[in-house]
Ligand binder design. Sequence first.
Ligand code: SF4
Ligand code: SF4
Length: 431
Amino acid sequence: MVVLTQLVFLGLPWLTWNGRPALLFDLEARRFYVFAWILWPQDLIYLVGLLVAAALALFLFTAVAGRLWCGYACPQTVYTEMFLAIERWTEGDRHARMRLDAAPWGSGKLARKIAKHLLWGTLAVITGVSFVGYFTPMRELLHALATFSLGPWETFWIAFYAFATYANAGWLREQICKTMCPYARFQSALIDSDSLIIAYDSGRGEPRGARSRQADPRTLGLGDCVDCTLCVQVCPTGIDIRHGLQNECIGCAACIDACHTVMDKLGYARGLIRYTTARGLGTGGGWRGMLEHLLRPRVVAYSVLLIGTLAAIAVSLTGRPSVAVDALRDRGTLAALSAAGVENTYQLLITNRTERTIGFTVSASGLPQLHVDSEVPSHWLPAAAQSRVPVRLVLPHAQAAQLAPGAYPVTFTVHADAETVHASATFLLQR
Ligand code: SF4
Ligand code: SF4
């Protein structure tokens, strides 16, 4: 999962689509490029939809599989794992590190510490650059980096994100999970007795105690736990899983791996610490029993809501017109009289959501003989561009004379390529 998540995170900013970055959040231009789609501030609803889908997915996966996200995909876990690997590589295993820390300062200790922090810093800077690569095209960013011409915001965010990575994964580590992450606080409300958890089988392990490899634990009155505390030593959040499920457990399964090696050495069956459910642990049921309880009301409800939300986003995105139109009244003038009739002035905010230049014409309806009197009858809009088009609507005097003063709803119709898009507005009549 470390490799997979890093491939995704580091690789996405390099992908191209139609000659531009496939994924780019261009905040300055207020445009988000997401593969084939170009999203504008008016498309904020899709972001809301995605956030709702992400929350529902988190609820669903937690109900089914506990803290799978925390243990396998959360950036905090992934980066801590990478920083730990660097630490092991430069300073050795836990015992070697404790010896190194207790040893007086000398050239060897200094070299190991400097190497560790240099590698941590390099990884943190790569992470910071990659993060900013989602907001500035990666190739431009690297060119600016190489020529020392980075902008102030890019410099700030690279430094900020690199520092956050270095501090969180190098120093704070599990403290983030234990004291700052809100997910740990409310996960207990999301799981039930059929959710997958990592648990110690106390019925099999207790009473715990040391014994020789040849001894039969039953004749000694012991369970299978030899009380080696390896499961506690490898736990990134420093808890003892033998005390039961705790908020601090991030579901990383490091204790399972550690206990498996102990069981293998003793010739005992694996699974003293294992993936199970609270119900499975109580009844001693295996995977089959757990799967039988998979389809529960909350799992079905979350699944239906998640699929519905994703389907609605997909249908809306694929079916949305290539042009978006907003009609804004000219606030400077309410209504004016001219030789042609009563005039109202508007600004049409027209967005070209495609990556090709499109031509469009504007017409209006809603009142008899209402017509557009703009100077340019048809317009061109460059690819992925937004334009404010001034438009004057005219209602002939004879027609206006038959209507009472007031505000009348009218509709602008924009014909672009083979599509027709409407925008509502009001037409003011005054005496
Ligand atoms: S108790 Fe086990 S699964 Fe939970 S955080 Fe510690 S090592 Fe990971
Ligand atoms: S690693 Fe296994 S045997 Fe060792 S203390 Fe933990 S549960 Fe007991």
